[in-house]
Design a protein around this ligand. Sequence first.
Ligand code: HEC
Length: 150
Amino acid sequence: MKFLKVVLSSALIALLASNVALAEIGVEKDPLAPRVPPDLMEEAKKWKNPFDSTPENIAKGRALFQGKASCFTCHGMDGRGDGMAAGALEPGPRNFHNQGLKGKSDGEFMYVIKNGSGGPGAMPSYAPGIVTEEEAALIILYERSLHNIK
Ligand code: HEC
């Protein structure tokens, strides 16, 4: 009887542990916490977007995001962090419809696009390589345009 109890309780612990692990996959982690290392933050924030946030430039950024830049595969077509690969990622990709992201600078976004977000299973570097820095700047305008949309 005691043996059965031990078996049952360890099965329960294993089940709970696997549920916890499953629950974390694809879920965002501290979306508003900085991703730029503290010693590089000042430098990152100096970067200013060379493009104005006009409807034309936002549309160019959206076309890249939803097309050749392939951001949509993880971030989703509408930037809600629900792309087809999102479920396999830990931490989950950023949902750009988060008003709190207004507190981050374009330079911080550019840093992540260039260097990745750090850690295994996180976002890899996309510029230069998949996109040029100019294309990334246009994509940032699109991502920013989503912060106010529910
Ligand atoms: C392979 C999946 C994947 C692709 C493709 C991808 N990302 Fe990400 N991205 C992530 C993940 C995961 C995170 C969240 C990482 C974290 O929370 O540390 C993220 C976070 C970000 C952030 C948030 C940075 C911050 O400070 O909060 C930006 C900006 C970003 N991605 C831009 C892009 C752009 C632009 C593209 C396309 C050029 C792109 N991503 C393509 C997975 C991806």
